[in-house]
Write a protein that binds this ligand. Structure first.
Ligand SMILES: [Zn+2]
Length: 243
């Protein structure tokens, strides 16, 4: 009974940072043991590294499934990643953040930009691209899934380019509102491809959403039957952009 009261106080003591200058003299007096300590510390370090490398490989394979579960609330991600394929990191930039090399196609699923798309959107895109190809039209993918960090960079660039946040908002969404960050939009090229999609996209439930973005397509269920919904003039008219 008397021993219970001091326990919380004394148990927190060892957690305090140790004073290195106090430890030093004690170590110097025990030379032979120091060697043994260093050797065992090295063994522990190597073992830790091996375990960390193994864990890194394991987590690398599962990280993509974590994205859709709201690891980054600001990214507003929908369950887009299918689990296999490259990891999707909301903080990544460059190719890992969704940047695509020139000439990327709908089938370059090793790229996060494609791997991060809603699997249904990816499937529709691939079917459309295959049929477009039969019509002699090559579809390139200029953008698909984007990390929140990549989207933020695009927004900063747009504000610089258009001179104001208000004008930039007509073209680039925030990380919280962008359908790209959610894996729900794809930007296609070239001009031939956008023309082909304008005429045939709806048959695959693929719809142009904004009048000013002839390249931006999203999945709209029922479009193959009922046609695509009316377009917004630009993203500022889209209620989703007012998050
Ligand atoms: Zn777009």
């Amino acid at each position: 009974m008397p021993s219970t009261a001091p326990v919380p106080l004394s148990s927190s003591r060892p957690a305090l940072p140790r004073d290195p200058s106090r430890d030093a003299p004690a170590r110097r007096r025990r030379r032979p043991r120091d060697v043994a300590l260093v050797v065992s510390a090295l063994v522990v370090l190597v073992a830790t590294l091996v375990v960390a490398a193994w864990a890194g490989l394991t987590f690398g394979g599962t990280a993509s499934t974590g994205l859709g579960t709201g690891r980054d609330a600001a990214a507003d991600t929908v369950g887009s990643a299918s689990g296999a394929g490259p990891a999707l990191d909301p903080g990544a930039t460059g190719e890992a953040g969704g940047l695509v090399p020139d000439g990327t196609t709908a089938f370059d699923v090793d790229l996060p930009a494609l791997a991060g798309l809603d699997p249904r959107l990816l499937d529709a895109l691939q079917r459309a691209a295959t049929d477009a190809s039969s019509d002699g039209v090559d579809v390139v993918v200029n953008s698909g899934w984007r990390s929140a960090a990549h989207q933020e960079q695009l927004l900063r660039d747009a504000v610089a380019q258009y001179g104001s946040a208000r004008e930039a908002a007509r073209w680039v969404a925030t990380p919280a509102t962008s359908a790209h960050v959610g894996g729900d939009a794809v930007d296609i090229g070239s001009w031939d491809a956008t023309a082909w999609f304008s005429g045939h996209g709806a048959a695959y439930d693929l719809c142009q959403i904004y009048e000013n973005e002839t390249w931006h397509y999203e999945l709209r269920d029922g479009a193959a039957r009922d046609g695509c919904p009316p377009m917004y003039r630009d993203p500022t008219e889209d209620p989703r952009m007012r998050a």
